[in-house]
Design a protein. Structure first.
Length: 411
C-alpha cells in the first residue's frame, strides 16, 4: 500500500490530489494547507525510515501538524524581531542534514525526488530550525549572564569528579505544555520508543520529533558527567548499559527518551599537558634484590621523605643517603612520565614529596617544585555549556509563550 493511498484513507477524502490546497489550520491568520501537512509527513517518513502503517501515519500526522504550527509561530516571531539566516549558513545546515541522512554532499535534491518530497518543503524546515536556534541565542545573550563565579564553581566540580563516570548521551524531548497534552504526549513518546526498538534511527527521529535544542543535531547531547542531569533522568541513566534506550522519563518539560551511546571514566581535562618541575631521590636496588633489601630501601625512603620539607632540602637529604642519580629532573610534561611516576606526582602540592615508588632497579622519591597547568580547563567552552543548559529551558518557555498568545484555528 502506498503512502498516497494511506494518506487518502487517513483524512477521509476520495480525490486526494484535488484537495492539497485545502486549509487545515490558521496560525495568526497564516495558512497551513493539506499539502504542507502531506509534505511534512513524507519528510518524517523518509528521513526516519518509519513503516507505512495506519497507526504510524496517525502519529506522524499529529507530529507534522504540531511542528508546522510551532514553525509558523517561530518564523513569525523571527520576522517581528528582524532575525534571519544567510544563504551560507543555510547551505552549511543542509550539508549537515545530508551527513545525518547518509546522503553524498550536494545530493539532497536527488534524495527528495526519490522520496516524492518537495525539496523546498525540506529546506523550509531546515531554515526554520536554523532561524529558531539563532533567535534563542539572541534572546539568551540578551537575558542570561554566565558569571566567572559560575565557571569557577563548575571547574571545581569537574576537578572533584575526576575519575568518576561520565556518559555520552542523546535525547528526544516530547514536551508537555498543558494537562490535556499529558496522555497524548506520553503515547507519542511510547510510540517513538517502539520504533527505536524496531530499528529506527535515533538521530532521524530526534530531528523530526524532539523539541529540545539538540534536535537539529540528531539529539546529541555529548559527554555528561554524573550529577549534572536532572535527578529523575540521572536515576535512570545510572542503571543503563552502553547502547540502551530508556523508557520515556517524565521531566519538568515533558517526556525524555535517553540513548546511552557510551560511558567512561572522567579524566582531568588537559592533565597530560601539565608541566611539572621535579627533584628526585633515587635509591638503587641490586639486581634480583631479596625482599629484605627492598624493605630496607623502602624504610630509608620513607624516613628520607619525612626530612624533606621543601625542594631546597632534596640535595642535602640525598647527600646524607649517598644516593647517586638524585637531584633535579627539570621540567617535564606529565603525560611523558611512566604511569607509576605520573600517578605519584599528579596530585602533589608544591614542595610536597611523594610516597616511595618501587621500580625494578630503584626506589624513587619525587618532590614537586613547580606546576604549570596549560589549558587544563577551557573556560570559554564551560561558559558555552552553561549557556546551552539555560537555552534549553528558555526555548521551552519561549514556544509556550508564543502558543499561549497565538490565535490558532483548525479547519
Amino acid at each position: 500500500m502506498t503512502l498516497l493511498v494511506l494518506l487518502s484513507g487517513l483524512i477521509g477524502i476520495s480525490a486526494y490530489g484535488q484537495e492539497q490546497q485545502r486549509i487545515v489550520a490558521l496560525v495568526n491568520d497564516e495558512v497551513i494547507s493539506l499539502r504542507d501537512v502531506t509534505q511534512r509527513m513524507r519528510i518524517i517518513m523518509a528521513t526516519s525510515h518509519l513503516p507505512n502503517t495506519p497507526e504510524v501515519l496517525r502519529a506522524v500526522r499529529e507530529q507534522a501538524m504540531r511542528s508546522l504550527i510551532d514553525e509558523r509561530l517561530e518564523m513569525q516571531e523571527a520576522k517581528r524581531r528582524g532575525i534571519s539566516v544567510s544563504q551560507q549558513d543555510l547551505d552549511t545546515a543542509i550539508n549537515s542534514v545530508e551527513r545525518q541522512l547518509g546522503i553524498p554532499n550536494g545530493r539532497l535534491e536527488e534524495f527528495t525526488k526519490r522520496a516524492d518530497i518537495d525539496a523546498d518543503a525540506l529546506i523550509s524546515q531546515i531554515r526554520a530550525e536554523l532561524t529558531w536556534a539563532r533567535m534563542i541565542r539572541s534572546r539568551l545573550l540578551a537575558t542570561v549572564t554566565v558569571t566567572d563565579q559560575e565557571i569557577d564553581e563548575r571547574i571545581e566540580k569537574m576537578k572533584s569528579m575526576a575519575g568518576q563516570t561520565e556518559d555520552l548521551i542523546a535525547e528526544i524531548l516530547i514536551p508537555v505544555d498543558s494537562p490535556d497534552q499529558e496522555e497524548p504526549q506520553r503515547q507519542t513518546a511510547l510510540h517513538i520508543l517502539q520504533q527505536l526498538r524496531n530499528g529506527a534511527s535515533f538521530p532521524a527521529l530526534a530531528r523530526q520529533f524532539s523539541r529540545g535544542t539538540t534536535a537539529a543535531n540528531g539529539g546529541d547531547v555529548g559527554w555528561v558527567p554524573r550529577g549534572t542531569l536532572p535527578e529523575e533522568v540521572e536515576a535512570v541513566v545510572a542503571k543503563m548499559n552502553k547502547g540502551d534506550i530508556s523508557e520515556p522519563i517524565r521531566t519538568v518539560g515533558g517526556y525524555q527518551i535517553i540513548f546511552l551511546r557510551d560511558r567512561r571514566r572522567m579524566a582531568m581535562p588537559g592533565a597530560e599537558e601539565t608541566k611539572v618541575t621535579l627533584k628526585q631521590i633515587l635509591l638503587p636496588l641490586p639486581e634480583n634484590a631479596p625482599q629484605n633489601a627492598i624493605q630496607a630501601a623502602m624504610a630509608s625512603a620513607r624516613q628520607a621523605r619525612g626530612n624533606i620539607h621543601s625542594c631546597d632540602d632534596v640535595e642535602a637529604v640525598a647527600q646524607q643517603l649517598k644516593a647517586p642519580g638524585s637531584g633535579s629532573l627539570g621540567t617535564l610534561r606529565l603525560g611523558d612520565l611512566p604511569p607509576a611516576f605520573r600517578n605519584a606526582v599528579s596530585n602533589l602540592a608544591i614542595n610536597q614529596t611523594s610516597e616511595p615508588v618501587q621500580m625494578p632497579k630503584a626506589i624513587h622519591l619525587f618532590t614537586l617544585c613547580g606546576k604549570e597547568e596549560h589549558g587544563a580547563f577551557d573556560r570559554n567552552q564551560i561558559r558555552q555549556n552553561l549557556l546551552l543548559r539555560h537555552a534549553e529551558l528558555l526555548a521551552q518557555r519561549y514556544i509556550r509563550e508564543l502558543r499561549r498568545d497565538a490565535t490558532i484555528e483548525f479547519r
